[in-house]
Design a protein around this ligand. Structure first.
Ligand code: HEM
Length: 485
């Protein structure tokens, strides 16, 4: 991929402040757009991230776009993006629109909190998703993985083409509701479809409202807005019942305080000083459902998309599984999961080349200077994180899927391998707190699938496309699994 150098070029620490100060963010180059809507027609399509990435070739790695009058600076400069992510929550916040949309739905949690409130939410959430806690949740990951594999076995017998994104979504819904508040949903086998239907509707509407230029629902309520209200009520009343139940369980069983069985219990234990209201506990449980499902299921789908094209890698994952958990169906412990080094490399490589979050949008809280660049209060920036992860200057032969580059033994010292550009889980103090949980799900399930099945694409590789809807999903990805003897 060639990049046209911008007026900014690639920011280098040695670059003088004087040079950087001369850049006027209001006079950046911009891609071709329309008169009134600006770049909105390009932006609202399924592949808006591709439009933004391609525009780097046209305009350089710092440019601006205009969405119906709203200006955004777009940065594909990893050093600048890194600094911005690191300087949150003081200097930058998430785009306030996402907070407004979530608040309207009655959700206040760590994802949409800012400033001191965010610090309060973050401490509690990070504690409840710490590695120690994730280890405690691991039996749930194993149980749900077994359940999904059982279903896959049926599919393989009938040689059915599998809508893999859908199946992984059901899996992550089951894992996340069980871990979030101990709800045994069994969406994998189509049970309690109502809860799942309500959740899916909320996620869809969140995405729609977040990208809508005009809040039509505030002017008049369409059928889908009324349906959303009813879905929110259903989910809220279910979660509140679990909060009451969990409080009761903690009172009756003091042992739970040492090893909570789910995120809600962990949250209530961490909240022993009562700093959080039930509404805030609800907000964080909901946030966990939101954060834990789509991104993990989409990443899993991309993993299988690549493995299906590389039988030799499936074989290596399988050999590793045999060498670590032999005749068992699953790793026998969290420690065994942690030994799956090659499988982990497959996951890391997928997150590098196909992260589900390709970009992040932030807004400046105050006038500030980042890497010498003067940024005015309220300036909105789109950070194109995926761009750098796919450049040869950061990863040798960057557009080739090569898990080996992540192995300790094969670390190519003499080749490009710049992990500081990896932002699949975001960066700085707001780095995804669910990362350890997500990795445990992805590595374990990938290992278990390869141990038992050969994987093929059931469609042509070119027929699989990306759909950008809050995160980047694979569209039209169908897989065939064949049980090996
Ligand atoms: C492959 C799976 C996942 C990916 C790729 C992913 C990615 C991300 C990214 C890019 C962010 C934004 C970070 C930033 O602002 O710098 C984020 C935030 C967040 N994620 Fe994840 N995530 C995943 C799984 C999960 C899981 C399993 C959970 C919880 C169960 C979770 C909970 C959250 C929360 C609560 C935040 C907000 C953190 C904050 O604002 O302080 N994520 N995630």
């Amino acid at each position: 991929m060639t990049i046209k150098s911008s007026i900014f070029g690639s920011v280098h620490p040695n670059q003088t402040m004087k040079e950087l100060e001369t850049i006027n963010l209001d006079k950046l180059p911009n891609p071709k757009g329309t008169f009134i809507l600006g770049h909105y027609p390009n932006f609202k399509s399924n592949d808006k991230h591709v439009f933004l990435e391609k525009s780097v070739e046209e305009c350089g790695d710092l440019y601006s776009i205009n969405l119906v009058g709203q200006k955004f600076v777009v940065s594909a400069i990893p050093e600048l993006n890194n600094e911005i992510l690191k300087s949150r929550p003081k200097l930058f916040k998430r785009l306030p629109k996402i907070n407004a949309v979530l608040q309207e739905m009655g959700i206040s949690g760590v994802f949409n909190a800012e400033g001191d409130l965010w610090k309060k939410h973050r401490k509690l959430t990070a504690e409840s998703l710490s590695l120690k806690k994730v280890k405690g949740y691991f039996p749930i990951v194993l149980e749900k993985s077994k359940s999904l594999l059982h279903k896959f076995e049926q599919f393989s017998k009938s040689q059915k083409s599998i809508d893999i994104q859908r199946e992984f979504m059901l899996f992550t819904i089951d894992v996340t509701t069980a871990i979030a508040f101990g709800y045994e949903l069994d969406a994998i086998h189509g049970k309690d479809a109502v809860f799942q239907k309500h959740l899916e509707r909320i996620f869809m509407m969140l995405n729609e409202r977040n990208f809508s230029p005009i809040p039509i629902w505030k002017i008049y309520k369409r059928t889908k807005d009324k349906e959303l209200e009813s879905s929110l009520k259903h989910i809220e009343s279910t979660i509140y019942k679990f909060i009451t139940q969990a409080k009761e369980n903690l009172k009756n069983d003091p042992k739970l305080k040492e090893q909570p069985t789910n995120f809600l219990e962990a949250l209530l234990i961490e909240n022993n000083d009562g700093a959080f209201s039930d509404k805030e506990v609800y907000g964080n449980i909901f946030t966990m459902l939101l954060g834990g499902e789509d991104s993990t299921s989409s990443s899993l789908s991309w993993i299988l998309y690549y493995l299906a094209q590389h039988p030799e890698m499936i074989k290596k994952v399988r050999e590793e599984a045999h060498s670590i958990y032999c005749d068992h169906l699953t790793p026998k412990s969290f420690e065994e999961y942690q030994q799956l080094e090659y499988t982990n490399a497959v996951v890391q490589e997928t997150l590098r080349i196909h992260p589900t979050t390709t970009q992040q949008i932030v807004q400046a809280n105050e006038d500030c200077e980042i890497q010498g660049l003067k940024i005015k209060k309220n300036k909105k920036l789109i950070l194109l994180n995926r761009f750098a992860q796919r450049l040869d200057e950061h990863f040798t032969d960057a557009m080739t899927f090569k898990p080996e580059r992540w192995l300790k033994s094969k670390c190519p010292m003499h080749q490009n391998h710049d992990v500081s550009t990896i932002k699949a889980f975001g960066g700085g103090p707001r780095l995804c707190p669910g990362m350890n949980l997500a990795l445990s799900e992805m590595v374990t399930l990938t290992s278990m699938i390869c141990k038992q099945f050969d994987i093929e694409l059931a469609v042509k590789k070119e027929e699989v496309s990306e759909k950008h809807s809050f995160i980047v999903y694979p569209e039209n990805l169908y897989i065939k699994l064949s049980k090996i003897n």
